[in-house]
Design a protein around this ligand. Structure first.
Ligand code: ADP
Ligand code: MG
Length: 411
């Protein structure tokens, strides 16, 4: 599903009130009865104004009439929820225009947006429940259970969790995007001027980057966290010029010549946090090992690099939790108002979603191919199928994300 914000500017204040009323009604009603929409929107023009707005909103797909219901009613669509989030950002001056979609993750859309000074940002729209509607096979029960408003609830949880972790990680100085705003099932963050590791065919110093990534995993663990999807799609690599004094931060540098004899350092930035788990999680060891192995496997296949060091091992990482005064970030989520029940609901949904795809969360859209298994998939130039990179290349995105050929659609 693609966000098309063009119709936004044609909506009048009454339409927004009615759309907001449908959203409010959705909290307790799977299908919001028309009289309730009338009551919640409290338009001055009365029922006829409401009906006019309802028909406007339905025409552009923000709400949809549900015919088989016992009563007359409407359901908010993903498009409707997208518009409400954008409307909130616009009124808070956090987003001014919406540009291209640069990525389609397994359960999200990633859009370039801009604030009113033209600074580009990234809008991530969570779309839990999307895959299950597509891969109907073996998914009937899931579909039944999850129909109605709960995709909205789950996508909202994913955005809340991701935002809370991005904030906490950012505060702790982890290399993550800058969290800028959150509304409903979406978040706004800074644009990383780089490429997913997945798109990078060779690097000058695989050992250096590998060590840095493992160090990041261990640093997360020290703060009580496991990423849970630490793979080549969720590690962005940006280039930083190394000034003549060298890398002042003293960390391992991955430098190389880029033709014009300017040394650059490849800096990893971690993204994608809805599935993060605590080091105290009952399956923590499995998640930790999976993250470690993901990196090992990728470095071996892509760069023919195999570390001489064994591990790292969960039991050692576990001992490091909270050491040297490291703040436990896994506790930050509950502090942000995310309840245990919310965490459980979201975890179950993510697990079901991954299972429905038949893999363990490699960032593709569920295309049914045996993507995660095959070696040839990792060979240069053979990345076929519907994966996020394809989308980025097609749109000429990220190659030069800051040269704004498209100013985007004002909202
Ligand atoms: P999903 O949860 O669907 O996997 P991600 O957060 O991993 O979503 O984002 C999907 C893709 O979008 C990433 O692989 C990356 O290419 C791009 N992307 C996401 N966030 C940013 C960002 N802040 N800056 C630049 N690109 C991004
Ligand atoms: Mg991802």
């Amino acid at each position: 599903m693609k966000l098309d914000s063009k119709a936004m500017r044609h909506l009048i204040a009454d339409d927004w009130r009615v759309l907001t009323a449908v959203e409010m009604g959705s909290k307790n009603h799977e299908i919001v009865p028309t009289p309730l929409i009338e009551k919640l929107s409290r338009l001055r023009g009365g029922a006829s104004g409401v009906h006019r707005s309802i028909s406007n909103l339905a025409k552009i797909g923000l709400i949809s009439r549900v015919k088989e219901a016992k009563y007359d009613g409407y359901r908010l669509s993903y498009g409707g929820l997208d518009y409400l989030a954008l409307h909130t950002y616009a009124s808070r001056k956090e987003v001014y225009s919406v540009g291209n979609r640069i990525g389609v993750g397994k359960e999200s859309d990633i859009m370039i947006v801009a604030d009113d000074s033209g600074t580009q940002r990234v809008l991530k729209i969570h779309r839990l429940g999307r895959i299950s509607f597509r891969t109907v096979k073996a998914n009937r029960d899931y579909l039944k259970k999850r129909q109605g408003g709960s995709w909205m609830y789950l996508s909202r949880l994913a955005a809340m969790k991701e935002y809370a972790f991005m904030q906490a990680l950012h505060e702790e100085g982890f290399p993550v995007p800058n969290p800028l705003a959150q509304s409903r099932h979406t978040i706004v963050m800074s644009l990383i001027d780089g490429f997913p590791l997945r798109q990078i065919s060779s690097i000058p110093d695989p050992a250096g980057l590998y060590a840095e990534l493992i160090a990041l995993l261990l640093r997360l663990a020290k703060h009580g966290l496991i990423h849970g999807d630490f793979n080549e799609f969720n590690i962005m690599i940006k280039e930083e010029k190394v000034d003549s004094s060298g890398a002042a931060d003293g960390e391992s540098t991955t430098t190389g010549d880029h033709g014009d004899s300017e040394a650059v350092r490849l800096v990893p930035v971690i993204i994608d946090f809805p599935q993060m788990v605590s080091m105290d999680h009952q399956n923590a060891e499995m998640y930790f090992d999976r993250d470690v192995n993901c990196i090992k496997r990728f470095f071996e296949r892509r760069f023919q690099f195999i570390s001489t060091e064994k591990g790292p091992y969960f039991k050692d990482a576990k001992k490091s939790v909270g050491k040297d005064g490291a703040r436990r970030i896994d506790a930050a989520l509950e502090a942000s108002g995310f309840t245990k029940k919310m965490a459980k609901d979201l975890e179950a949904a993510i697990r079901e979603q991954n299972a429905s795809k038949g893999n363990e969360g490699q960032g593709d859209e569920g295309s049914g191919d045996d993507d995660s298994e095959e070696d040839e998939e990792y060979e240069e130039g053979s990345d076929r199928g519907s994966n996020p990179d394809e989308e980025i290349r097609e749109q000429g995105g990220l190659g030069d994300p800051l040269s704004e050929k498209d100013k985007g659609v004002e909202i």
